[in-house]
Design a protein around this ligand. Sequence first.
Ligand code: NAD
Length: 490
Amino acid sequence: MTSTTSTALQSVLDDIQKRPGTGEVIPIINPVTEEQITEFTDCGPEAVDDAVARAKAAFEAGVWADLPGRERAKVMWRIADLIEEHAEEFAQIDSANTGMPLMQSRLVVPTSAEFFRYYAGWCSKVSGSAYDVKTSGIASDSYVSQHAYTLKEPYGVVGLIFPWNGPIFNACAKLAPALAAGCSSVVKPAEETPLSAILLDRLIAEAGVPEGVVNLLTGYGHTAGAAITAHPDVEKVAFTGSTDVGKEIVRASAGNLKKVMLELGGKSPVLIFDDADLNQAIMMAAMGIFVHSGQGCVCGSRIFVQRGVYDQVVEGIAMMANNIKLGGPDEEGCVSGPLISEKQLKRVMGYIDEGKSGGVNVVTGGHRLDRKGYFVHPTVLADVDRDLKLYQEEIFGPVVTVLPFDDDDEAVAMANETPYGLAATAWTTNLSRAHTLAKKLQAGTVTINCQLVFDHSVPFGGYKQSGWGHEFGPEGLDAYLKTKSVWAQL
Ligand code: NAD
């Protein structure tokens, strides 16, 4: 770490300790060393009230929402430039906070900055539609002409709540479209990983976003997050996190019937057919679950393999699992880091223990590493009873089940049998089969002969209990806009 980056880390650590708070003290733990990095005080519900009041005042004053789109776009480009100027600081902060390999954090920062450029382009393109309408007049055979049109208007104050698995990415994915639409926001990162949001908050101000438009809150979900979702002046909540908390948010938002966008959990299936490029499929299916120690929403945690190539694929994925080097951000050649917390470690080990006592075949892994840190050996499970919780529920760790199938129908039936519907993958060289599967798989994203693909322009959202609404692409902007219909008699 250079002196500039260590100064940046120190300055956000100093900042978070000074933030006003009235609630419990929250420790931030380094998941590689299990040592406390710092602690801060939960902001408490009064800080949420203040933040919402500031956001509402800024919105009503029109300091941001009423700027011409092209002016908002210029500021958003500046935010992107500033993030890139501070890229190494962001990477160091997020790696120190999450334990993620530096190589990975360094890739994530420019991608995160790009959200602001992508949505900057949309600032000047927010528009409605026009309709020439003829409605029935008083006499049955007469018509009256009206000119009708729609206006796209920002929601107002939006609550942005997101998890720890990609701190800077998650923050930018929500803030960029919210700002492009003209909304004011209250922003709550995960209590485990609030540090990079502090640097981002500073840069947003430096870029020229007026005071009160973006308001950062640091605290727990059950306190600060719950206060945001229940707040009568918050018009919409955009949430990324677990399906259980997503349901709580829906219940809490009923008070003012606030709109809710949910990006939730997954239990994504990966189907490998015997005609696939097996080397590629094995490599990508393994990376698709073991990267970031399985802490990615689209991780393919259930792999189904056509029976004739089953043994070969299980062996290949196990070999990949055994070759993945786990370690802290500074350890040479590491591909993956630890789980985020002791709580997650216990959760993941709980599922593995359920499997062991339920008679699954632990092909490899199944244990934590014999070292400090919340590291779990990439784990491959076969002969899995599909009633087990480890097969039905999201584990959010480096654990994959691999089961055989005989034909397409059986593969689709198993792929679709959980309550989740975030992503699904098919590995096959048969084009007709691939596109038939794309229709049949109940998932918001289907990837064919690829995994872990992403672009800012392509909408992303969950089917079934994996979410409501979309992020990214034009749909991601629309999520922060409401539609008004205007009628004028001609
Ligand atoms: P989580 O649901 O526990 O927490 C997510 C955020 O919600 C945190 O900021 C937390 O403080 C807050 N929160 C918790 N309780 C709350 C409440 N009652 N009211 C308001 N806010 C509350 O999730 P997690 O364990 O931090 O993250 C992992 C989950 O996130 C996984 O389920 C994963 O699949 C999901 N995820 C989904 C996507 C996606 O795009 N679909 C992306 C990343 C992660």
